[in-house]
Design a protein around this ligand. Structure first.
Ligand code: NAP
Length: 370
């Protein structure tokens, strides 16, 4: 029986992965093991069957016995352990949620509803490293990958509205703490219907700009504001998150030459759903009806939302999509610039299709279950 180790099972992505695997009854047909950098010796997580105590995630002897290693631990861990394990002669499959190996020639970025053919070819050709993509890229491709696959995209911009969860659990807590503080400070004014809106506005601003306002993780107020910078800066003025939109999308699709993709990535005060507004220059003037059909037929999770206020504000929002695998796409329309210019909006849970789901499915592909 194959041995599969899960490293990073208790982090944010890891715990969503565990939940999804339990929900899908995935823990069968192989021997599961769990490893941690801090919990070695602890009881294995509850997966509905027995598993040995948690191993030390740095123990190369343990890891080298595995046929498949699934890690949601982070790039620091991958950079430390992966090369050492390879050097020791290990030749198993490495499935990773972190970005460290994504752009390597011997890695495939996995998003099987979009690039299953590339995944199958890679397995056949002996590739061993299968890496989950950037959350925003995966969600965008789940929504409109079909337009790329059909060769209809000449260029694209993606303006993002990204949730706090992309920055980690501490940041999610900080966002809610900021909201709480703003609400507490404004409480008296809110309960007085006669209080002026000007005073309320000044009160909120004073809270957000006070020196004791909690900004340790984001570095600035996010509640009541936004942050148009995600990840590290690059020399050309992009952020790394913006660069990934171009680099990872083209790698997943195997585009050569690459399609120009760019945009501005913005952190907003949503908890765990990323949203994106796309402007696409099509290679030709395709009727809107055909585009809508192409998008809605591209995979079983995408859902086209009719362009009415009622439907859009109920179904095309982070609040509506959190915890769901569905990928709503809406506001689909031709832009004033001409028939080749398409605008649309999409939302997705970045811990599901943006992180855990492609990894979960990749494991099932390797195990021959999908
Ligand atoms: P995370 O929540 O910070 O978890 C990473 C590790 O932190 C855990 O596996 C755990 O390792 C340790 N940890 C320390 N204290 C913990 C606590 N109180 N509760 C749980 N875990 C704790 O990281 P993540 O957001 O899941 O991200 C993991 C990787 O996936 C990163 O490389 C990230 O870039 C990538 N990724 C993340 C997202 C996302 O939306 N967050 C999306 C796509 C990809 P030990 O058990 O060894 O202590």
């Amino acid at each position: 029986m194959q041995k599969v180790a899960f490293v990073g099972y208790r982090g944010m992505v890891g715990s969503v992965l565990m939940e999804r695997m339990k929900a899908e009854k995935d823990f069968n047909g192989y021997e599961p093991f769990f490893a941690s950098t801090s919990q070695a010796g602890a009881k294995a997580p509850d997966i509905g069957r027995d598993a040995p105590p948690v191993a030390d995630a740095h123990d190369l002897d343990f890891l080298s016995e595995m046929d498949i290693i699934v890690t949601c631990q982070g790039s620091g861990y991958t950079q430390k352990v992966f090369p050492a394990l390879k050097q020791s002669g290990w030749n198993g499959y490495w499935i990773d949620a972190a970005s460290a190996l994504r752009m390597n020639d011997d890695s495939v970025i996995v998003l099987d509803p979009v690039n299953r053919d590339a995944i199958d070819k890679a397995i056949e050709s002996g590739i061993k490293n299968f890496i989950g993509g950037n959350c925003t890229v995966s969600l965008m491709l789940m929504a409109i990958g079909e337009l790329f696959r059909k060769g209809y995209v000449s260029w694209m911009t993606s303006m993002t509205y990204q949730a706090a969860s992309g920055a980690g659990a501490k940041n999610m807590r900080e966002l809610v703490s900021q909201m709480k503080k703003i609400g507490e400070q404004a409480g008296g004014l809110l309960s007085d219907p006669e209080a002026s809106i000007d005073e309320l506005d000044r009160n909120v601003l004073a809270t957000m700009t006070a020196t004791d306002f909690e900004t340790e993780n984001f570095g600035a107020p996010l509640a009541g504001s936004l942050l148009p910078w995600i990840d590290a800066g690059m020399e050309d003025g992009r952020t790394k998150e913006e660069w990934k939109g171009f680099a990872e999308t083209n790698k997943i699709l195997g585009n050569n030459p690459p399609i120009p993709i760019d945009g501005i990535c913005v952190r907003i005060g949503a908890m765990r759903c990323h949203s994106q507004a796309m402007t696409i220059k099509l290679t030709k003037d395709i009727p809107l009806e055909d585009i809508t059909q192409m998008i809605s037929g591209s995979n079983e999770w995408v859902e086209v939302i009719p362009n009415t206020k009622e439907r859009v504000i109920k179904e095309l929002t982070p609040a509506a999509v959190t915890g769901r695998l569905s990928i709503p796409v809406g506001r689909i329309r031709k832009l004033n610039m001409g028939g080749q210019y398409l605008g649309l909006f999409t939302v997705g849970d970045q811990l599901l299709w943006g992180a855990a789901e492609p990894v979960r499915r990749m494991l099932n592909i390797l195990l021959g279950k999908l």
